[in-house]
Design a protein around this ligand. Structure first.
Ligand code: UDX
Length: 476
């Protein structure tokens, strides 16, 4: 936490207490600002006031505890928050509409409400992921509500945080992007981030640890508002493209008997490419990549620009799930009545979020085929029960071993570290047939076969045990 006397304290309103809004609000308090977090969901605000965190996110409970009712407060009163704040960050949802475009109706509604409360200079900052030109639209909405141009600026400050590591991503950012069209807006946003960019935050003994230090603080990149809007969409689209690229390469690896992990390492060692986001699997999911790739494609289309590459990124992602489904079919031959243990429901490890999770999609397909599933996830069970209620064909296990118990095969659909650390001998005895089909490449194939499993993964040569080995491993 930053010593208040060391930097300029700014009063900030954050509208929307979802992933981005809540993390930003808590982190702004952590770097010494006074924060008013606004949401129209009364029950959520009541929960936050009690210091309870509605999402599973490392460091968030500790930081909320540190700042709740001190530097950060929670309210449903947007009018009062706007009047008090110098900067208003808009972090409301931008869901995907039927055309693939981002639905900006929440942003529009919030902009009109903010406009009605402006009586002195404010900066309105888009933090939600929005298409290029949203900034201009927000300005128009505010002006239409009678606010003179000199009383406000609209800026763009995209957020690059990942779920599961959101707090660390915010406080130890690769870069901070501020898109502004006036010096006044630029100065205010730079002052807000000054505790990070000057490195002061990292001097504090109770600072959240991470890669950034006082000697190497995060760089701040000042751009136009349009460039900042594009940076966010283009970054997510590029990362999704990297994943789809390696997923196709993994299919080629499977066809020729090569190991995609070796290929990824070889490609990623080229500094121009970099090693991250080259992990093959069952495709990307989550609340951002699927939505943002579609929205960016739509933006291009509207501008008359052909961006078929993004369509292909989406196609490959869908195909990756189909291929995994086929892999399970080819291992089991028939589906009806087969018992599957399933590890992983969240769209990735370290989160309880199941939005666009490939695991949820696949589970739905296996249930439809008549399989009997016992599923387990360390964090996402409750959320999943809301969309896939327990039934005769789908039960929720108390741990990984219970999910595997007496199963014809075990499927791994989410990359939780906990799964990589399972006791393989116990797993082997627990399964009816020692077949593991790993959609996240959590295990070493050679180890798995030595331990008596038939092990299928993504983009790596299949490891099939001999019949005798299977039988001897089964004997206690
Ligand atoms: C993403 C962006 O990383 C973040 O910058 C942005 O602000 C929000 O969207 P997030 O959705 O939290 O963050 O998840 P991320 O860690 O990026 O993973 C997205 C999906 O890609 C997951 O389903 C993950 O399993 C998958 N993935 C990721 C791969 O399949 N392979 C990889 O190499 C990396």
């Amino acid at each position: 936490m930053v010593d208040d006397s060391m930097n300029e304290q700014i009063t900030i309103a954050v509208v929307g207490s979802g992933y981005v809004g809540l993390v930003a609000a808590v982190c702004f308090a952590e770097i010494g600002h006074r924060v008013i977090c606004v949401d129209n969901d009364e029950s959520k605000i009541a929960m936050l006031r009690d210091g309870k965190v509605p999402i599973y996110e490392e460091y968030l409970p500790e930081l909320l505890d540190r700042h709740c009712n001190a530097l950060i407060e929670f309210t449903t009163d947007l009018h009062a928050a706007t009047q008090r704040a110098q900067a208003i960050f808009v972090a409301v949802g931008t869901p995907q509409s039927q055309t693939g475009s981002a639905d900006l109706s929440y942003v529009d509604a919030v902009a009109s409400q903010i406009a009605r409360s402006i009586t002195e200079y404010k900066i309105i900052v888009e933090k939600s992921t929005v298409p290029v030109y949203t900034n201009e639209w927000i300005s128009r909405v505010i002006e239409r509500n009678g606010v003179p141009r000199e009383l406000f600026d609209v800026a763009s400050n995209p957020e690059f945080l990942r779920e599961g590591t959101a707090v660390v991503d915010f406080l130890h950012a690769d870069r901070i992007v501020i898109g502004v069209d006036t010096d006044r807006a630029g100065n205010l946003l730079r002052a807000i981030y000054e505790p990070l960019t000057s490195g002061k935050y990292y001097q504090s003994a109770d600072a959240v640890p991470g890669v950034r230090t006082t000697a190497e603080p995060p760089p701040l990149l000042q751009t136009s508002t349009k460039a900042a809007e594009l940076i966010k969409h283009a970054s997510n689209a590029f990362l999704a493209m990297k994943i789809s690229f390696i997923n196709v390469v993994s299919n080629i690896c499977e066809a020729v008997g090569a190991d995609v992990e070796q290929v990824s390492k070889g490609i990623g060692s080229d500094e121009r490419i970099g090693p991250k986001f080259l992990k093959a699997g069952i495709g990307y999911g989550g609340s951002c990549f699927p939505k943002d790739v579609a929205a960016f494609r739509y933006v291009a289309e509207q501008l008359g620009i052909e961006f078929g590459l993004l369509r292909e990124v989406e196609n490959i992602n869908a195909e990756q799930k189909r291929r995994f489904f086929q892999k399970v079919r080819s291992a089991l031959w028939t589906f009806r009545g087969k018992k599957l243990g399933v590890l992983g429901l969240a769209f990735k490890g370290g989160t309880d979020d199941i939005r666009e999770s490939p695991a949820i999609d696949l589970i739905g397909q296996f249930v439809k085929e008549g399989c009997v599933l016992s599923v387990y996830d360390p964090a996402a069970m409750e959320r999943t029960k809301q969309v896939l209620p327990p039934s005769g064909n789908l039960t929720y296990a108390k741990d990984a071993y219970e999910a595997a118990s007496d199963a014809d095969a075990l499927l791994i659909l989410t990359d939780w570290q906990e799964f990589a650390e399972l006791d393989l001998d116990r797993l082997h005895y627990t399964l009816r047939y020692p077949i593991v089909i790993d959609g996240r490449n959590l295990f070493d194939a050679t180890t798995m076969i030595q331990r008596g499993f038939t092990y299928l993964s993504v983009g790596r040569p299949g490891a099939v045990q001999t019949r005798d080995a299977a039988i001897s491993r089964k004997l206690p």
